[in-house]
Design a protein around this ligand. Structure first.
Ligand SMILES: Nc1ncnc2c1ncn2[C@@H]1O[C@H](COP(=O)(O)OP(=O)(O)OP(=O)(O)O)[C@@H](O)[C@H]1O
Ligand SMILES: [Mg+2]
Length: 362
């Protein structure tokens, strides 16, 4: 057992303090709730929670990893189908009893080449791609019904589907309306963007008033963060003072992902002290910088404006008005309200800043 293994956890004993959430998720699947949302900030353990639940019950499931679309600005349905192909191949590998029936149902279709153990999609885009995806859903639903089991469909980082040039809410609503055995679990670290995409509250949306259950993950409390480090370090025979553990918890905002990196590096160094903390904090800031860089790469024209906003927030929280006038002073020109609000929205959506009590902060 190690709490400090990098990458998503897949075993209950490696997942610290998520018993309640795990049981809630398993209950949703057992009941066959059509939509379960798993939301929470970056690196809080959303993927770990879902993969652990799947592994625990050997739950038949297709995992659509939409994080792969993250660095693309706009793309066709074809990119989504590559993700579907990967999910399908992993599904038939993990759940071999579905393989024979599924491959038999797909054989002879011209959108796909079927080999003995896997499928290879022909590039299918646009409407043709959508129709094929819906067909796939029907086939999987029918096979699940014939086995009298549910097959969970996981969309990891669903908001990334906004990059696909298709109204993705129609894809989700198709599954919602027409399948009987396919409960969906939608993971998102950008709740605002997810709701913008799926529009549960918009009368015009096919998902208007669709029923969903939400499981919200939050960072650990200080006590939990310290407990996580303590137990993980103890397993590896590494000692640390309570004072240092509290300091570490605070330095990384009690975030499970960052705490895991600290623990992982401590295990490698066989010790934990101020020097190690300093090194890991530097490593973390490099990771964040890289993430910021890929965010800015997609927005070259406003790059300097974004950096200016982030730098001004680094010293203290500021209001919309304060930020706007200091940016205007810096550029020596006026910026439209809508434009400026967009900058802040994008930074919030990407998780670089938060809005709290009427002010923005890092
Ligand atoms: N409860 C936990 N117990 C042990 N390790 C955890 C826990 N939660 C998260 N982790 C670790 O933190 C890191 C991030 O977890 P994970 O990838 O599951 O989070 P996420 O919320 O899906 O992140 P992202 O927003 O990047 O997709 C991983 O290394 C994982 O092993
Ligand atoms: Mg994840």
């Amino acid at each position: 057992m190690s709490y400090f293994k990098l990458g998503p956890k897949v075993r209950r004993e490696e997942l610290y303090n998520r018993e309640d959430e795990l049981n809630r998720l398993l209950k949703c699947w057992k009941r066959g709730d059509p939509i379960t949302l798993v939301v929470g900030p970056r690196r809080v353990g959303k993927t770990s929670l879902v993969l652990t639940a799947i592994n625990e019950k050997a739950q038949p499931s297709l995992i659509f990893d939409l994080t792969r679309l993250k660095r693309i600005r706009r793309t066709g349905f074809e990119s989504f189908m590559l993700i579907v192909e990967e999910a399908l191949n992993s599904f038939i590998e993990r759940f071999s009893r579905f393989r024979v029936k599924l491959l038999r149902a797909l054989r002879g279709r011209n959108e796909v080449r079927v080999t003995e153990h896997s499928v290879l999609f022909r590039a299918v885009d646009g409407l043709e791609g959508e129709l094929f995806f819906k067909k796939l859903i029907d086939i999987i639903d029918a096979i699940a019904a014939s086995f009298k089991v549910n097959v969970v469909l996981v969309f990891d980082e669903i908001q990334e589907a906004r990059r696909i040039a298709t109204s993705f809410e129609y894809i989700i609503s198709y599954i919602y309306e027409y399948s009987t055995r396919l409960p969906m679990t939608l993971i998102s670290s950008q709740e605002g963007l997810m709701h913008k995409l799926l529009k549960f509250d918009d009368v015009e949306s096919p998902l208007y008033k669709a029923k969903y259950t939400e499981i919200k993950l939050t960072n650990f409390t200080e006590k939990q963060a310290v407990g996580f480090l303590e137990r993980g370090l103890e397993y590896h025979g590494i000692r640390a003072s309570l004072e240092l553990l509290k300091k570490i918890a605070k330095a990384v905002g009690c975030n499970p992902g960052w705490l895991t990196i600290v623990g992982n590096r401590a295990v490698k160094a066989r010790r934990i002290d101020e020097k190690l903390l300093e090194k890991v904090t530097f490593e973390i800031s490099t990771i964040l910088q890289e993430e910021l860089e890929s965010f800015l790469e997609l927005r070259p024209l406003a790059r300097e404006r974004y950096l200016f906003i982030l730098r001004s927030l680094a010293s203290s929280p500021k209001s919309w008005k304060e930020l706007k006038s200091s940016l205007e002073a810096r550029l020596n020109k006026k910026i439209g309200n809508k434009n400026f609000s967009n900058y802040l929205h994008n930074l919030v959506d990407a998780g670089f800043i938060i809005r709290k009590e009427g002010a923005y902060q890092i």
